[in-house]
Design a binder for this molecule. Structure first.
Ligand code: C5P
Length: 233
């Protein structure tokens, strides 16, 4: 059985705002996601500092380039000692294999490597018109997920509503990491296809990524505890 956890999307623009937020968590140290905004603002030191505070880290930089470049970039990231990182499956199986090679440390250990299939902001209509992809969005997602599995990756980022379909195509052990999570009584914001933590648990996803329902809550620690209770029990 895969591990399940709640990952907080730390979408802050500075280290100061991030630490002000993380300082509230005096008990259990949450698994956190560092995205492009914070990483590009603060550089690798933000990763080291959050790691030193005892958090697990998903470094969400979504690499996509030629295999050799991605391999070398992943080798650099492997020294940061993160727990999970990601790339775009659209970079091809060769690129994903190269990424795995780069990410694997000399002692054979490595962070989990997760692929982005189609971003949830890409509609089927845009895929057809702008990217000239005629397959349905669901077929594209399961095909990209199968490619990621073939390359030896650990899983994919997808909508919770797609997690069942991905598990069916790639097996139960293939990890799904799912954003688009909202409390039933909360604001949806700009997310379109959303699901509650309890429903995400029923669907069988492994990790939920939750940003604003926790970071913007009046009591973020209580919101995080609520997510844990609903998702993990
Ligand atoms: O605030 P919210 O809960 O919507 O945050 C979700 C997080 O997951 C954000 O960091 C967003 O960039 C990320 N994400 C997403 N949809 C994807 C991929 C990543 O919402 N398809």
């Amino acid at each position: 059985m895969n591990q399940r956890d709640v990952i907080i999307a730390c979408d802050f623009s500075s280290a100061a705002a991030t630490f002000e937020f993380l300082d509230r968590f005096t008990g259990r140290k949450p698994f956190v996601k560092i995205g492009m905004e914070l990483y590009y603002a603060e550089g690798p030191s933000i990763v080291r500092e959050i790691k030193a505070r005892g958090h697990k880290i998903f470094l969400d930089l979504k690499l996509h380039d030629i295999p050799n470049t991605v391999k070398k970039a992943m080798a650099v990231l492997s020294h940061l000692d993160v727990d999970m990182c990601n790339l775009h499956a659209a970079g091809t199986i060769d690129m994903m294999r190269a990424a795995l090679e780069g990410l694997t440390r000399p002692d054979g250990t490595r962070p989990l490597l997760i692929a982005v299939t189609q971003l949830t902001s890409t509609s089927e209509e845009r895929m057809r018109r702008e990217l000239l992809i005629d397959a349905s969005i669901n077929d594209t997602i399961t095909h990209y997920a199968s490619n990621a599995r073939e390359a030896g990756l650990d899983g994919v980022v997808c909508s919770p509503l797609e997690a069942g379909m991905v598990k069916e195509a790639c097996g139960k052990q293939f990890i799904t990491v799912t954003p688009g999570v909202r409390f039933a009584d909360g604001e949806v914001g700009d997310q379109v296809r959303v699901t509650t933590p309890a429903r995400a648990r029923e669907i069988g996803t492994d990790y939920i990524v939750v940003g604003r329902p926790i970071t913007q809550a009046a009591d973020p620690v209580a919101a995080y505890e609520r997510c844990l209770k609903d998702f993990i029990g």
